[in-house]
Design a protein around this ligand. Structure first.
Ligand code: ATP
Ligand code: MG
Length: 255
């Protein structure tokens, strides 16, 4: 598959060939501009590739009804949506039982943020404003509620950038526990503590897959993934995630 944005002279994804087995979680890593978000957008059918195709369950998504496809795919992007509506409507815009909404909030670490009827905007009677990290938990809860309501594909494009490293890894392990088996998950993260939780990791470089395998396999391969991981580890302690002040680092800052 090859894709370039309309009007751009260069392709962002070049002869990309990637299969995500149903029911598994794939992490995508790569530097800023590698094409990670673009890949997620193609899976949502926000764009179509110029050559090749995106298939879900063996069917070219261009042949699927757009509304049906969007109901099967739930996505949380870097710039996720915030509705000036109640917490309930933010988690389940299309409606769901309170049980589903509360379970999803709980799994996303957002239990007790507000009552389900609280409007998530100041300026409304009884309304409240959430922090960036709290909004991210709400957005993740939305994805988990969609899974409970039948979505089979979850795309998470750095939805936790405002959480600390421990918070992100904890949430992803819960999300993966809630989705493993029935759901196919693609997650984009710059943090190895999260990335290594995925069944498989794809290293994307200039729109191509340069490495693909489990964390253990890619470490043993001793290639690009290994060198990025080791660079973090050498600078930021043995687990590769923290420096002395407990600050996170991201892959992008290393290039
Ligand atoms: N809407 C757009 N129109 C034109 N070019 C775009 C658009 N969105 C992204 N690009 C370009 O496509 C390339 C890949 O961008 P993309 O957002 O997929 O990268 P990324 O891997 O998600 O990066 P990051 O880690 O910063 O999120 C970049 O060169 C970017 O400038
Ligand atoms: Mg991106």
């Amino acid at each position: 598959m090859t894709f370039g944005y309309p009007g751009a002279s260069r392709s962002v994804l070049e002869h990309l060939d990637l299969t995500i087995p149903a029911g598994t979680a794939m992490a995508i890593v790569g530097v800023n501009g590698a094409g990670k978000t673009t890949l997620a957008k193609l899976l949502c059918r926000l764009y179509d590739p110029q050559t090749g195709r995106v298939e879900v369950g063996g069917i070219d998504i261009r042949e699927l009804d757009v509304a049906d496809h969007r109901a099967r795919v739930t996505a949380v992007f870097q710039d996720f949506v915030r509705y000036e509506l109640s917490l309930r409507e933010n988690v389940a815009p299309l409606g769901a039982s309170d049980d589903v909404v509360l379970d999803a909030l709980d799994a996303a670490g957002g239990a007790g943020l507000a009552t389900l009827d609280t409007v998530l905007a100041r300026g409304y009677d009884g309304g409240t404003e959430l922090s960036g990290g709290q909004w991210q938990r709400v957005a993740l809860a939305r994805a988990l509620a969609a899974v409970r309501e039948g979505a089979g594909v979850v795309l998470l494009d750095e939805p936790t950038a405002q959480l600390d490293v421990r918070g992100e890894a904890e949430i992803f392990s819960r999300v993966l526990a809630a989705t493993r088996g029935a759901t196919t998950t693609l997650l984009v993260s710059h943090r190895f503590s999260t990335v290594r939780l995925a069944d498989r990791i794809c290293v994307l470089e200039a729109g191509r897959v340069v490495e693909l395998g489990s964390h253990t396999e890619l470490m043993a391969l001793g290639g690009r993934y290994r060198s990025m991981f080791d660079l973090q580890a050498s600078r930021f302690g043995s687990d590769g995630e923290y420096d002395e002040q407990g600050e996170e680092i991201v892959l992008d800052s290393l290039d």
